[in-house]
Design a protein around this ligand. Structure first.
Ligand code: DAH
Length: 352
């Protein structure tokens, strides 16, 4: 038999409920209290359900009081639960079962990707020498990636740069993923007048099988300098300064002749082996006993490109260079396979 709901019944219920809650000393007791009071057939729930037997005025009065009580008891339950939890913790600490002097677990800090770190180091070295950093599009026209770099459609040099084509078009207007950052030489010369001194970082793509030294995506930094009186000596001096900034103040550089259609003469630039750091060791895994490590292609900007940019080729000369950032990172950190960089394996990445 449920008592007729009244304001007195509400305050009586409150008194009983609060007393029972204060007497509940663990989680199981709290749950029993919740069922008995706020549960589906709990005392307060039943009182709320029987409001229908009252006339409208009494129902409004008692209903409001009962609802307020419901919210209050729910809050009291949470507060009591918190209180018991704190007491249990304090008891544990007191009993010595919880060692609060144990050092916290350090949070692992993130770091920049090794290729990003290397890229920033490369750009910092050139920034100190007065180069501006500029970027170009990764989706490029055949015109800039090949044609205007003196690599026409049927030129055998195209074999060096097989690419991903983005449309079925023909000739210079065809879109592709750039194979190198060299197209920015053309774009920049078209839009600026000498003196020019730029470093161009960016992603490049090549359609080729991957192995320990080849990836289908890699990053390069291109250099372009055009001014009056720029010579091979400037090329060598600048790149020597760069090699020392990255690989140590003792480094020397060596140029060997090479071929790239957009430079004349073209060279490969090598740095003396910083692993051997002296007479080359025949078993060195980095220079393979040669004493030299190739780090980039370079050369004097072909006079045809100077003229094509609208500059006076009698007055202006320039040098250009291009390097692979992953390759430099591999040398710096002793990484033996380029594929590690983009495998997203934290065991590898956390070492940097
Ligand atoms: N673009 C060439 C490559 O990806 C690298 C290169 C060689 C860039 C010689 C240059 C250069 O600017 O002068 O293989």
């Amino acid at each position: 038999m449920v008592a007729t709901p009244s304001p007195q019944r509400v305050s009586e219920l409150e008194r009983e409920a609060r007393a029972a809650l204060a007497a509940s000393a663990d989680e199981a007791a709290l749950e029993r209290w919740r069922t008995a009071t706020l549960g589906r057939s709990g005392t307060l729930t039943q009182l709320l359900r029987s409001l229908g037997t009252l006339d409208a005025t009494a129902r409004r009065e008692v209903g409001a009081a009962a609802n307020t009580l419901k919210n209050a008891l729910e809050a009291a339950l949470e507060a009591r639960r918190e209180q018991l939890r704190a007491a249990a913790l304090a008891a544990d600490v007191h009993a010595g079962t919880l060692d609060v002097t144990l050092p916290g677990r350090p949070r692992r800090r993130g770091a920049l990707h090794p290729v990003t770190q290397t890229l920033r180091e490369i750009l910092a070295a050139f920034t100190r020498m007065g180069f501006d950093t500029v970027e170009g599009p990764e989706v490029e026209l055949d015109e800039y990636n090949f044609e205007r770099l003196r690599i026409p459609a049927d030129h055998p040099a195209r074999d060096m740069w097989d690419t991903f084509w983005l449309d079925e078009g023909e000739g210079a207007a065809r879109l592709l993923l750039r194979t190198h950052t060299s197209p920015m030489q053309i774009r920049y010369m078209d839009a600026h007048q000498p003196p020019i001194r730029i470093a161009v970082p960016g992603r490049c793509y090549r359609y080729e099988a991957t192995d320990a030294t080849h990836e289908w995506m890699m990053q390069q930094v291109e250099l372009l300098v055009v001014d009056e009186g720029v010579s091979m000596a400037d090329l060598k001096g600048t790149l020597q300064e760069f090699a020392r900034a990255l690989f140590g103040p003792e480094r020397r550089v060596m140029m060997r002749n090479s071929y790239f259609p957009f430079v004349e003469p073209g060279v490969e630039l090598a740095v003396d082996c910083f692993v051997c750091d002296g007479p080359p060791r025949p078993d060195c895994s980095v220079c393979r006993g040669s004493g030299w490590i190739e780090i980039m292609g370079a050369g004097m900007v072909h006079p045809e490109m100077i003229a094509r940019a609208g500059y006076d080729a009698q007055r202006y000369t320039g040098f250009a260079a291009g390097m692979g950032v992953e390759r430099i990172a591999m040398l710096k950190y002793g990484v033996d396979d380029i594929r590690h960089f983009y495998a997203n394996d934290l065991r590898f990445l956390r070492q940097f």
